[in-house]
Design a binder for this molecule. Structure first.
Ligand SMILES: Nc1nc2c(c(=O)[nH]1)N[C@H]1C(S)=C(S)[C@@H](COP(=O)(O)O)O[C@H]1N2
Ligand SMILES: [Mo]
Length: 543
């Protein structure tokens, strides 16, 4: 009985000490990242791990996460998803610390000195693994890979040594100690408690210092500087007579509000001055281009709506801005492409990749290598210095942070295609009710009360020819459409609705530029993008 309780409390105290020390380690890493650009190992390890998990596991995790975030009512899905990943990464590291502590404490049977040695050993093993993972990802650090590796290795080794020493200190000393512990467990427990408090105090002090230092240093890959195009220029459709219903999302998404989705817990830090785009493979004239050389080419400006294939119906993973880049079609003749070349493979700094058919590029002059959004260089999170734009495709086909383009002689599945997502990833038509502006209702020409209802509709590069709204199971009624920013963007629609009192459900649907009605059958995002109709309930006040 007594022995049992001692063992439980020893297991618990082992975990407590291991977690306190692991928190101190993570806090030290955090400060190192913010102060000196050293790598933050938990995020690198998490990203390394997630690249290696099977596509089905990843897809399931992402969908569960997005669904949970939406159920919690969080509006910025993309930001919440990133935060969730970061918290998960920290939890994984804390779990690793606890397990290591328990494993190390088992060495207690073989004596105190052994614990200290095993602890140090465990720390160095973790150090090697994390240093390798971090080097493979090599993106959270801005220092040299050798310094980054040495930092992770050394910090893990110190952590392991302190853990081993602490657990040794807490263990009853050898056989004699075990005998004492068995006869007088309370003495053992009191001593251990005092020691835990001391270790805990020291770890907590380190944790707090690291967190405070890191927070003060706050090195953020912020939004790009420079004058926004939209600050000085009217949007191309300012003349459109339709005013959006109050509460409709902005037609032109401010770049800091644009959703962000990618496979990185930490934004790849790329030095634009040293960055080069290499174009090689089946070409007679391989090219190496600087950012300035790309900017010097004839620029293409296009208003674009980008959406993620993981965007649920009515979700926030969609945005519209003005993209600037160089036409890829115009670049082709300079390469001396061999006859055997059929595709271009684009590889990004984070290991992400996709393949584009040369036929598609030859057909579509709108495909571009983009370096600016809203007149300023791409934000680091959105692909600085270079990303591709492919009309009509979901974001998963469009690498950010491009470093290398290779001409190849066959099609290859890209990063998400390998992991079970659609090969083509053509954007599906979608329409959304953003607002039922009950508070802005007004009196119509016949004295009836009208409620402005509005939102967006988008069908890739096919455009939108009509948007329709219905009340409950009633007739479809045609909404008014605002002239879009371009043929590649969403349209804003509006319907001023005379509504009888009581509870009702509004449903919207759209018809694309080819006359195709959007798919009404509900489907989840995986594997080809969500479909189904967006609805909103309204409880109107009786007159
Ligand atoms: N290098 C790289 N490019 C990438 C991704 C990525 O993980 N790595 N994610 C893609 C996906 S799934 C989407 S939806 C878009 C999102 O672009 P945004 O974050 O600028 O909105 O980037 C695409 N390009
Ligand atoms: Mo995506």
């Amino acid at each position: 009985m007594v022995d049992f309780s001692v063992r439980i409390s020893r297991g618990l105290s082992t975990v407590v000490v291991a977690e306190l020390l692991t928190l101190a380690l993570m806090s030290t890493w955090f400060a190192g990242t913010r102060l000196a650009g050293l790598p933050f190992a938990p995020f690198d390890a998490f990203d390394w791990l997630s690249r290696r998990l099977p596509g089905s596991v990843i897809t399931f995790s992402i969908e569960t996460m997005v669904a949970a975030i939406r159920r919690l009512g969080v509006t910025d899905t993309a930001a919440a998803a990133k935060l969730t990943e970061q918290i998960l990464a920290a939890i994984v590291v804390l779990a690793g610390g606890a397990v290591t502590g328990l494993v190390v404490s088992r060495a207690a049977r073989r004596g105190v000195r052994v614990i200290a040695v095993v602890g140090t050993l465990a720390g160095t093993v973790w150090g090697v693994l994390l240093a390798i993972a971090s080097a493979r990802m090599s993106r959270s650090a801005v220092v040299s890979p050798w310094l980054a590796g040495a930092w992770i290795f050394a910090s893990c080794a110190v952590w392991g040594a302190v853990l081993g020493w602490s657990l040794a200190r807490m263990a009853p000393d050898g056989r004699a100690g075990a005998a004492v512990a068995r006869t007088t467990p309370s003495v053992d427990r009191i001593d251990r408690r005092r020691f835990i408090v001391r270790v805990g105090g020291a770890s907590a002090a380190i944790t707090v210092c690291g967190a405070v230092l890191g927070a003060l240093a706050r090195r953020r890959p912020g939004t790009p500087r420079g004058e926004r195009w939209s600050a000085h220029n009217p949007l191309p459709n300012t003349g459109s007579p339709l005013t959006p219903a109050p509460g409709t999302r902005p037609e032109f998404t401010p770049i800091e509000d644009h959703y962000r989705i990618d496979i990185n817990t930490v934004v790849p830090a790329i030095d634009g001055d040293r960055w080069r785009l290499s174009i090689a493979g089946l070409v007679d004239r391989p090219l190496v281009l600087t950012l300035d050389e790309l900017r010097a080419r004839e620029p293409l400006h296009q208003f674009v709506t980008l959406a993620c294939i993981s965007n649920p119906v009515g979700g926030g993973l969609i945005g519209t801005t003005r993209w600037t880049g160089a036409s890829l079609q115009q670049l082709l003749p300079e390469l001396g492409l061999r006859d055997t070349a059929t595709h271009l493979k684009l590889t990004a700094a984070d290991g992400f990749f996709e393949v584009v058919a040369l036929d598609e590029i030859r057909r579509d002059a709108r495909i571009m290598l983009a370096y600016a959004w809203d007149g300023v260089p791409l934000a680091p999170a959105h692909g600085y210095p270079l990303r591709i734009y492919l009309p009509d495709r979901y974001g998963m086909k469009q690498p950010k942070w491009i470093e290398k383009i290779e001409a190849i002689d066959h099609w290859q599945p890209g990063f998400w295609v390998v992991r079970g997502w659609d090969r083509e990833a053509n954007m599906k038509a979608t329409s959304v009710i953003d607002t039922i502006a009950v508070d802005d209702s007004f009196t119509g020409p016949n004295g009836e009360t009208l409620i402005p209802v509005g939102g967006i509709a988008h069908a890739g590069a096919r455009g939108i020819s009509r948007v329709e709204l219905r009340v409950d199971r009633g007739e479809w009624m045609t909404a008014e459409i605002r002239q879009p920013l371009s043929s590649l963007t969403w349209v804003v629609w509006r319907f001023d609705l005379p509504l009888p009192s009581g509870d009702h459900t509004l449903t919207v649907r759209c018809i694309d530029g080819n006359g195709q009605t959007q798919i009404e059958t509900p489907a989840p995002p995986h594997p080809s993008g969500a479909s189904g109709l967006h609805r909103k309930r309204i409880r109107s006040r009786s007159a």
